[in-house]
Design a protein around this ligand. Structure first.
Ligand code: BG6
Ligand code: MG
Length: 215
């Protein structure tokens, strides 16, 4: 029986995935690399430095560790600039209602985002109180597809991983949830997220009646 729902943030609760994309695209263009939406799928859910490494490998670009730190920071400064104008109205339709319905069913609600900016995004959206626990990129050693982040969230919620469902838009995130022994609702396309227990186009499309039928 599902007793907790754990939400990813970027691309599941709000469209910050888009801001990550345009910031990475801007950085990639400085190396003559044209980042496409197909490449972008590889960047979702993974850490900042890992994303940078993936982009540089697309252009066969090699840089020192010190340059990597500088480049990751440059991208992050743009991202932080972009997100400052985010408002609560940008929370995806139906997300708050879904959380309320899950709560009514006595589920615990967690947030598990690889992003170190997650606390700021949550603050700008004003949805901190919706969650029983928040886990972000500053609290983990290994990012998705490693299950660490979801296992930590389940531990903090006091719920067995087998009784948790994760909402994820990233292929790496779906893999992480399944590796944690959890059910996973993929938010996006079946081509990307085929391994998920259930796939919806938008988070708010998930029907509470499906909760205990997830494979
Ligand atoms: C994830 C995003 O939520 O956070 C990734 O899907 C991003 O695209 C990662 O790279 C790390 O984010 P940040 O804000 O710490 O650079
Ligand atoms: Mg995401």
């Amino acid at each position: 029986m599902i007793r907790a729902a754990i939400f990813d943030l970027d691309g599941v609760i709000v469209d910050t995935a888009h801001y990550h994309y345009i910031a990475w695209k801007r950085l990639a263009s400085e190396f003559g690399i044209t980042l496409t939406p197909v490449h972008n799928e590889l960047l979702k859910g993974v850490s900042r430095v890992r994303s940078l490494e993936i982009i540089l490998s697309l252009g066969n670009v090699e840089v020192s560790e010190a340059q990597k730190v500088q480049l990751a920071e440059k991208k992050n400064n743009w991202f932080v600039e972009y997100i400052e104008s985010i408002r609560p109205e940008e929370i995806f339709p139906g997300v708050k209602e879904l959380i309320q319905q899950l709560r009514k069913k006595k589920l615990k609600i967690g947030l598990a985002s690889s992003s170190k900016n997650a606390p700021r995004v949550i603050e700008l959206l004003g949805i901190g109180p919706e969650f029983d626990t928040l886990v972000d990129g500053t609290m983990i050693t290994h990012t998705k597809p490693d299950p660490e982040i979801f296992l930590l969230a389940a531990h903090k919620l006091g719920i067995d991983p087998a009784d948790c469902v994760v909402f994820e838009d990233a292929e790496a995130g779906v893999e992480a949830a399944l590796a944690a022994g959890m059910k996973c609702v993929g938010v996006g396309s079946p081509e990307q997220l085929g391994k998920a227990s259930k796939i919806v186009a938008r988070t708010g499309d998930f029907k509470i009646e499906w909760l205990n039928d997830l494979k």
